[in-house]
Design a protein around this ligand. Structure first.
Ligand code: ASP
Ligand code: MG
Length: 438
């Protein structure tokens, strides 16, 4: 079996849906299970519609028109989606009357995106050459906890899912992103959660491969927006890909790889628009290239919090207290460096002013602190870095040539990354210089 997952952008237009039909057809011999995201930006539209409804403003026209047009152009009868659209509209009117939107209700509204897309894609496939059937993931056993908006699948649901899917004679087109909790309420797995749905289902049915179809290339040697000659990476290991995702390459959510790693199922990320390109395959052991690493990633808009050598507490004490304080403010330390002279904590990107101010106030009580916003983490990733002292020299030599001062340098003990901090303004220069080493 093979799992084929289609992202929202790939099936956002009638041409995209036709392309998806061709792709599924070409995998017919491999018993495909199809997993779909909502068409285009439907999830954003649904969330906005729910929030507006809670303010008493009901606007359902655009969502109905968009889906009706997609269905029409793909030869899908109106009757297939009309009942769902009518139910969605009733739900939004209900929210409008109550002027109240709970996380549970928001998940219910958001779920209509994938419920609609699975029906449209299955009907379009059936109208073409592939007999297909829409399947709600929660009806085949995708049960989660009740953390609405970011629900986690329960352990041990795999055998249920496998048993239910084995009964389908036609190609199942499963809703990504959705589950139900033990009380039977619809949940969502967090934004971009359909990748996780796909790998979960693949691990349940012991698929030979998961292919994540996107409208962009797979993993790249650098962000092609800032490095013109960035290239596709044909093969990368689970560890390397997780590392890249953590340090900013926005291709796959790191948690989406977890089920694939557990069952050792290769995950391929492919561009629907490129016929003869295999994209990137993520697997347990990737080839070691002759380059010094596989990719250079970056994460912008991070803040460096530097805590000065504390007078009343030891460094480990301050570190423990500081991490607790940051957590209370919703701040994660992405990188940490310590010495007797001080502790440097590098935060995630996109912090709000209030979060930093809150942390600053509480940190004052344990140490003096200094803040440097608008910084960027640059990270080189690759198994090639393991045990290769020369590559570290080359990396920092290149930076020295470019007169870029790398700070808060870290390297995991697994040796597959080297990360450091530069001012945001230096991202392009630093990434470009390091990419020239690849
Ligand atoms: N449709 C959902 C979202 O936009 C899930 C996904 O696309 O993976 O977040
Ligand atoms: Mg989506």
């Amino acid at each position: 079996m093979i799992v084929l997952k289609f992202g929202g952008q790939t099936i956002g237009t009638p041409e995209g849906i036709r392309r998806c039909i061709d792709i599924v057809g070409s995998f017919r011999d491999k018993k495909p299970v199809v997993v779909v995201s909502a068409h285009g930006k439907t999830t954003d539209d649904l969330i906005l519609a729910a929030k507006k409804a809670a303010e008493g403003k009901i606007r359902t026209g655009p969502i109905r028109e968009y889906h009706s047009a997609l269905a029409h152009e793909c030869g899908v009868p109106k009757g297939i989606i009309d009942p769902l659209l009518t139910r969605l509209e009733a739900l939004l009117h209900g929210i409008g009357l109550l002027k109240e939107l709970t996380p549970r209700t928001l998940d219910n509204v958001a779920s209509f995106g994938e419920r609609l897309s699975s029906r449209i894609v299955a009907a379009a496939l059936s109208a073409g050459a592939v007999r297909a059937v829409p399947v709600n993931s929660y009806d085949i056993g995708l049960i989660t906890d009740s953390n609405y908006g970011n629900a986690a699948p329960l352990p041990d649901i795999g055998s249920h899912i496998a048993k239910n899917l084995s009964k389908e004679k036609d190609v199942p087109v499963v809703t990504g992103f959705l589950g139900k909790d033990k009380h039977g309420e619809v949940t969502t797995l967090g934004r971009s959660g359909s990748d996780l749905s796909a790998t979960l289902i693949a691990s349940a049915v012991d698929a030979e491969e998961v292919i994540i179809w996107k409208s962009v290339d797979g993993l790249m040697t650098a962000d092609p927006d800032i490095v013109k000659d960035a290239k596709n990476i044909p093969e990368i290991s689970f560890d390397e890909a997780s590392e890249l995702a953590y340090f900013g390459a926005e291709v796959l959510h790191p948690s989406a790889l977890v089920p694939a790693i557990r069952e050792n199922i290769p995950v391929r990320v492919s561009n629907v628009l490129k016929d003869n390109d295999r994209g990137t395959t993520i697997l347990s052991r990737a080839v070691i290239t002759r380059n010094i690493a596989k990719s250079v990633a970056y994460k912008e808009d991070v803040t460096l919090i530097h805590l000065n050598s504390p007078r009343f507490h030891s460094v480990p004490d301050v570190l423990g207290m500081a991490l607790k304080i940051l957590k209370e403010e919703g701040i994660v330390a992405h990188m940490i460096t310590t010495s007797e002279a001080g502790i440097s904590l590098i935060t995630q990107s996109g912090l709000k002013k209030e979060q930093l101010a809150g942390a600053q106030k509480k940190l004052q009580e344990i140490a003096t602190s200094r803040y440097e916003p608008s910084m960027a983490i640059i990270c080189m990733v690759g198994d090639e870095l393991k045990g290769n002292a020369a590559s570290i020299g080359k990396i920092f030599g290149k930076l020295a040539d470019a007169k870029i001062n790398a700070r808060a340098i870290t390297r995991s003990a697994s040796e597959i990354n080297v990360a450091f901090l530069v001012p945001e303004l230096k991202i392009k220069e630093a990434v470009g210089a390091l990419h020239s080493l690849l």
